[in-house]
Design a protein around this ligand. Structure first.
Ligand SMILES: *[C@@H]1O[C@H](CO)[C@@H](O)[C@H](O)[C@H]1NC(C)=O
Ligand SMILES: *[C@@H]1O[C@H](CO)[C@@H](O)[C@H](O)[C@H]1NC(C)=O
Length: 323
C-alpha cells in the first residue's frame, strides 16, 4: 500500500506564508500561517479565527491510518456560522517542490484529489472531553466501582476505549493508568519516555488489560460530552476557604462547579481563566485555552493543584443552569 509520508501542511483560507522546513520519517503538518507556532490566530473584519493543532507531529506505522487533528473557531461566535474553506496539500520533501492537493473541505463537505482520492476523510470534531481523575486520598486508590462513582460525582462517566483513543489522538498524554468503562486500565502517551513504559516504545495508548474490578486500584479516565449550564470564576473581593467558596456560589444562585463541568466549559465554551479556584471535590484548578506566562505549561489544559488543605484560601468556580 502506497502511503502518505513526509509532510502534510494545511492551509486556511488560502492565506500564504512561509514555513520553516521540518522533517522526519513520520508525518508532519504545520500551520503555515503561524510559522512554527501551533496556535494560530487571524483576523477578518474584527472577527478572530483561532486555529489550533494540538499535535505538531503525528506518527503512524506504514499502512495504518493517521489522524491529523486541527480545530478552528471564530470569536466572537458567528451566527449564522461562516463556512471555512480548508485545504490540505502534500509537499514531498524529496519531491519537485510542487504541492499536491490532498483534500478541500468546505463546512462539513469535502473532496479528495489524485492519489488521495477516497483515502482521506474529514473527521468531525468529537464532541467530548476525556480527563484523568484521581481520588482525594491519592494516586491509584480506586477500584473499578469507585472510579465509576468518582466520574459520576464529577458530572461525567468512565471513558470508553474509543473516547480515550480519540483523546490520545488529540494529544492527551498522561502517565498514570486509569480505569476505562470496559474494565481495562490504560493510559495515553504521546511523548514516549522511560517513566511511561519506556522511551523506545511507540506513542500510543498503553494497556494493563482487563483488571480485577474489586481488587485492582488505579486512577480513572472520565468522559463528558456536554454542558447545560455556565461555569464561571466567581468575582469575589477576597479569597475563600473551601466552605466559604461553596457558600459563595450558593449565595450567587449556583453551586460550586464539578471537575467535569470545568473541563466541559474549557473544551466546549473556551473558558480561559488564569485564577486557581476551588471545585466541588475539594480540588483547586483553572482552565487555560491560550497558554501564557505564569499560567502553567505551554499547552492548553485544565491546570490542577491537587487537593490542598481546605482551610487555604483560593478563588472558586461556580456552576449555574439558566432555565
Ligand atoms: C482505516 O480507516 C478506515 C475507515 O475508518 C477503515 O475502514 C480501515 O480498516 C482502517 N485501516 C486500518 C489499517 O486501520
Ligand atoms: C472557613 O472559614 C470559616 C470562617 O469564615 C470557618 O468557619 C470554617 O470552618 C473554615 N473552613 C475550613 C475548611 O477551614
Amino acid at each position: 500500500m502506497w502511503i502518505l509520508r513526509h509532510l502534510l501542511v494545511f492551509l486556511m483560507h488560502l492565506l500564504l506564508g512561509s514555513f520553516a522546513e521540518r522533517f522526519s520519517n513520520g508525518y508532519y503538518y504545520q500551520d503555515i500561517v503561524n510559522g512554527n507556532d501551533n496556535y494560530g490566530e487571524m483576523y477578518y473584519h474584527r472577527i478572530r479565527l483561532y486555529v489550533e493543532s494540538p499535535q505538531t507531529l503525528v506518527s503512524a506505522v506504514q499502512g495504518s491510518n493517521a489522524t491529523l487533528p486541527c480545530y478552528y473557531r471564530y470569536e466572537p461566535k458567528l451566527s449564522p456560522t461562516r463556512r471555512a474553506r480548508v485545504k490540505w496539500f502534500w509537499l514531498p520533501i524529496n519531491g519537485d517542490g510542487q504541492e499536491r492537493d490532498v483534500m478541500v473541505a468546505i463546512g462539513a463537505h469535502y473532496r479528495s484529489y489524485g492519489d488521495f482520492k477516497g483515502r482521506v476523510r474529514l473527521r468531525r470534531g468529537a464532541p467530548g472531553v476525556v480527563f484523568p481523575y484521581y481520588s482525594h486520598r491519592g494516586r491509584y486508590l480506586m477500584n473499578f466501582h469507585e472510579a465509576e462513582e468518582a466520574c459520576k460525582n464529577q458530572d461525567s462517566h468512565l471513558a470508553t476505549f474509543e473516547q480515550l483513543f480519540a483523546a490520545w489522538e488529540e494529544g492527551l498524554d498522561w502517565c498514570n493508568a486509569g480505569w476505562l468503562a470496559d474494565g481495562t486500565a490504560q493510559y495515553p502517551v504521546s511523548v514516549p519516555r522511560e517513566a511511561c513504559g519506556g522511551s523506545d516504545l511507540a506513542p500510543g495508548v498503553r494497556s494493563f488489560g482487563f483488571r480485577d474490578k474489586s481488587l485492582d486500584q488505579f486512577d480513572a479516565f472520565c468522559f463528558t460530552s456536554s454542558i447545560r449550564g455556565e461555569v464561571y470564576f466567581l468575582q469575589h473581593p477576597i479569597k475563600l476557604n473551601f466552605t466559604e467558596a461553596a457558600e459563595a456560589c450558593h449565595n450567587d444562585g449556583g453551586h460550586i462547579a464539578k471537575v467535569g463541568q470545568l473541563y466541559a466549559a474549557w473544551r466546549f465554551v473556551g473558558l480561559d481563566q488564569c485564577d486557581a479556584g476551588w471545585l466541588a471535590d475539594g480540588s483547586v484548578r483553572y482552565p487555560i485555552i491560550k497558554p501564557r506566562m505564569n499560567c502553567g505549561p505551554s499547552e492548553p489544559g485544565v491546570r490542577s493543584f491537587g487537593f490542598p488543605p481546605k482551610h487555604l484560601k483560593h478563588g472558586v468556580y461556580c456552576y449555574k443552569v439558566h432555565w
